[in-house]
Design a protein. Structure first.
Length: 276
């Protein structure tokens, strides 16, 4: 099983926070936390059972040309069966309306991802080695849009430092912990900045397999959603390698509300219910 990070946070902005891994540590004093404990605390504080977002996405190419898309994103975690599900649906523009990515992640078996293209009228399974590919012309790969299993990475607290207007941050490095993960990932490492006050990721540097910085994700307009749950309203992925950017603005968000189980099924998508 490979729970990777949307992050985004993802389309993507929620991928760091909606996670099936349950923290298992007895936390020491905060000033003595390890890199892994910082990541576990982030999941503990910001985890939700479900989340629905309406997003405005803007793609910007190297000439400055912009393309705007409307996106709806669902996530659901079922701890009792160790399954994390997500569905991303494009609602606009018309030429990609109905395109969808369905993701099922299991604790003790391989993950499943399916891409639905309305013109083909069928679900296409994403091959195991396809995680490095970019999704629908964005700067997020299929790998970016999966949750993260802590045991797949070695986390190291590098330092603490201020970042922009976000205050003091923990700077944590994540590198693949196994040869299998190293072979399957498009990244040699990630370096993450997490706000020390609320344990929220505000920046991620992605390093390619040749260990060069290839893109940076920044999360901003941080808002309190409920209790200890915080989320960014804005996410920017700046891809230096191809000189392209993807910006996401969350227009509306709801957490811990019931989502019908059928939402995360092929039948729901094939019948066209996902665009309603």
């Amino acid at each position: 099983m490979n729970f990777r990070n949307i992050v985004v946070v993802f389309l993507m902005v929620g991928s760091f926070f909606a996670i099936n891994a349950t923290p298992s540590f007895a936390a020491p004093e905060e000033d003595k936390l390890t890199g892994r404990q910082i990541m576990e605390k982030q999941k503990e504080l910001h985890k939700v059972s479900s989340e629905i977002e309406f997003q405005k996405m803007v793609l910007v190419d190297k000439s400055g040309t912009k393309e705007t898309r409307d996106v709806r994103r669902y996530i659901q975690e079922q701890e009792e069966v160790d399954v994390f599900r997500s569905l991303i649906v494009f609602l606009q523009p018309a030429d990609i309306k109905g395109t969808a990515l369905l993701n099922w992640q299991h604790k003790d078996q391989s993950d499943d991802q399916w891409l639905y293209l309305p013109a083909q009228g069928k679900m296409q399974r994403i091959a195991k080695g396809g995680g490095r590919n970019y999704f629908m012309g964005t700067d997020f790969t299929y790998e970016d849009m999966q949750s993260e299993e802590f045991d797949d990475y070695k986390y190291t607290l590098l330092k603490e430092e201020p970042f922009a207007e976000e205050g003091t941050c923990y700077v944590v490095e994540a590198i693949p912990a196994t040869k299998e993960k190293e072979r399957g990932s498009g990244y040699s490492k990630r370096v993450m900045w997490l706000r020390k006050d609320i344990f929220l990721t505000v920046k991620v540097d992605f390093y390619g397999r040749r260990k060069k910085l290839i893109k940076t994700q920044t999360n901003s307009a941080i808002e309190n959603v409920k209790g200890t749950i915080w989320r960014p309203k804005k996410t920017l992925m700046d891809n230096f390698k191809v000189k392209h950017k993807t910006a996401i603005m969350v227009v509306k968000r709801a957490v811990n509300e019931e989502i019908p189980a059928k939402t995360f099924t092929e039948r729901f998508i094939l019948k066209g219910e996902h665009t309603q």
